[in-house]
Every structure is written in structure tokens, then in C-alpha cells.
Design a binder for this molecule. Sequence first.
Ligand code: NZQ
Ligand code: ZN
Length: 393
Amino acid sequence: MDNFQFYSPTEFVFGKGTENEAGRYVRKHGGTNVLLHFGGGSAVKSGLLGRVKSSLEAAGIAYTELGGVKPNPRDTLVYEGIRLCREKKIDFILAVGGGSVIDSAKAVAMGVPYEGDFWDFYSGKDPEAALPVGTVLTIAAAGSEGSGDSVITKEEGGLKRGAGSDLIRPRFSILNPELTCTLPPYQTACGATDIMAHVFERYFTNTTEVEVTDRLCEAVLLTMIKETPRVITDPSNYQARANIMWAGMVAHNNIVGVGREQDWNSHGIEHELSALYDCAHGAGLAVIMPAWMEFVYKHDVMRFAQAAVRIWGCPMDFSDPENTAREGIMCFRHFLRSIGMPLDFGELGAKEEDIPALVEKFGIGDGRTGGFVKLSAEDIAAIYRIAAAPELI
Ligand code: NZQ
Ligand code: ZN
């Protein structure tokens, strides 16, 4: 196990009706004048936004609304949010929505106290200050409610890039699983895929002797395998929704990733797909992550065989563990298929002829990415080609 520092300062408020406490938590965390940030309408339609506003009013907190965050959130609305916060002297941002809304809120939070262009933080610069952010989560997926990350797409040129800082970890996150019952099955499945991908990015590591985090990863994955089909067939199953919602947080605040080298190449490779085709991040991962597995499993057959046995319940083929490793990857694809996810470029709406452009935008030139297996530009092209025509299916 490697040395590590683990920092997860967010106050999590979990359970039924907790959104009605939003105002109280804003006040507790120092907010008096809030930017209420939300998405394309689901929170308005469900009545959630109204309940959050009532709780702010009951707590005597002023607010300014900024809706319209799109999935794969754009820089253009972030600029608008920064302008609004400065004009209204906002001191706290409350995100009501999914990862896209929360990431947009985090971008605004970093941009307000900064004199330069907020995009600098998505090009490698570390922020020195940020407004505090709180969240009311409506979809279990990105894990942004507990992470120090934000992913934004630059409208001009379609660049999708991430920023990371402990300064943007939410001060509090309200997690009411009931709010996720209105999700269409496809969005639920996209979220589940993303949650599983966050664990796999950490599970496939070159660090040895990380039993505790291996076992935590396996627990989250086994939970997702059990609970996801339950909410696909019964969207209002509260207990299954609750387990998935907490799994989404646990999968990405890094508790399951400490003490080990992590990969994250599948995320980088996927982000180019959601930037180009504006597809859901989870759907892109369903196509890319098994393709990445297919490309790299020979790097450490025994780790893939372990995943197959412990996560997918495959029997161990002691005479040829490669068979077991391959079977695990096929089980992952079967699971994704069973919850309605796309498995290849065609099903996602991606085009094979775009592969050179995707690789170029990924932008490593002649360099190599880090992680479990170091990838060259040619390797990344090979992974996209597998995603276009998978073998282990
Ligand atoms: O905009 P509305 O109308 O709310 O609709 C949303 C959106 O269309 C809808 N939705 C959300 N909650 C709902 C609901 N519909 C009905 N009922 C509800 N309760 O679902 C759609 C997707 O929402 P979105 O916020 O985009 O989903 P998600 O949470 O998956 O976020 C995806 C974004 O997060 C980034 C992704 O790249 C993508 O841009 N990520 C952020 C990370 C982070 N900050 O740590 C890590 C992730 O790996 C990921 O990259
Ligand atoms: Zn993700």
C-alpha cells in the first residue's frame, strides 16, 4: 500500500425529506445570499426546486436563480454564473441537480474570486480560492457531490476538460434517494455505469497489497450488480435507490482508491466521445471501459481473473487464468446490455472514421498517459477501434 492523504470534508445529509433542510444547511455553512443553480427542468417539474426555495425562505436566505445547465455542462453558462454572482454579491452556491449542475456550480465557484479566465483551472492551474458550494443531488452517477472534481465543456472547439481542487469539495450534500425515482431507466443505467466505472478506474492498479480497498471496491460493485436491475424494473424501489445513491458517493470521494495508483484512462478516452457526440457520460463509458479492459487485461491477467471471480462469480480456470479474465470482461458487457446500455460505437452513435480526430483531441501527441497501463496515441486509437467492434462480447 502507498502512502496517502484522505480528505473528505463534506457533510452528507441522507434520507427522505432532507431537501427541506437545505436552507438550514446553507446557513450552517455560512451562506446568506445564494446562487440557486439547476438544470433543464426536471427539478422544476418534480416540485423539488419549489421545496428548496421554501426552505431557503424559511431560513431567511436570499437567492438568485440560474437554471439551464445542460448535460455535459458548458463554459458559456459558467461565465454567466460568474457575472451574476459578482453583480448580486453572492456568497454561496447551491446546486440542485446531477453531476452537470454540480460541476457547473463548482466552476462558477472558482471563477468568481479569480481575475483571469476560469478556464485556466481546466487547463492545469490550481485555484487559490472558491465560493462555498452545497448540493441537493437528483441522480446517482458522477459522484460530484463528494468529489473535488468538476468537468466542463468549452463550447468553442468542444473541449471537455476537468479541474480538481479540495476547495470545490461541497460543504454539504443533501442526498434524498426519493428524488432519483423520477429518473428514466436510461439515465438510471448511465448513472450506474458511471458509478461502476469510478470503482474500476481504481481497482485496476499496479499497487500490490491493497486488500482493504480491493474489498471495498468489490463491495460497491456487488451492490451495483444487485441493485441496478431492481431499479430498472421498479424505478420507485426506495431501498435499492438508497443503496445506489450512497454507492455513487462512496465510489468517487476516493475512500475506495486510497493507497494505490489509479488509472483513469477510460474516463479520458470517454470524455472525447461525450464532447464530440454530446452523449451521456455513462453511456460512453459502457462502450469504452470494456474496450479498455479488452486492450489491457494481459498486462495483469491475475488481477482481471480476480475481478472475474470476486465480482462476477466466474469459476477460476487454474490451467489458463486468461480464460477467466476474458470471461469477466464478457460478464461486464452482458450486465451493461441487461440494463440497456450501448456496447459499441454504432449503438452509441459514434463513427469509426472519427477515431483519428478523437485521438488528436485527447491530445497526448507522442507522449504516454499514466495509470495501470501507459498508453500511447496509437494505443488509444486501438481502444477506440475495439469499442467500434468489440471481440469479447
Ligand atoms: O437537466 P435536467 O432537467 O435536470 O435533466 C437531467 C439530465 O438531462 C436528468 N435528471 C437529473 N436528475 C433527474 C433527472 N431527470 C429526472 N429526474 C431526476 N431526478 O438527467 C440528465 C443527466 O444529468 P447529469 O447531471 O448530466 O448527469 P450526471 O450526474 O451523470 O453528470 C454527468 C456529468 O458529470 C461529469 C460527466 O463528464 C458529465 O459531464 N462527471 C463529473 C465528475 C465529477 N465532478 O467528479 C466525475 C465523473 O466521472 C464525470 O466525468
Ligand atoms: Zn465518471
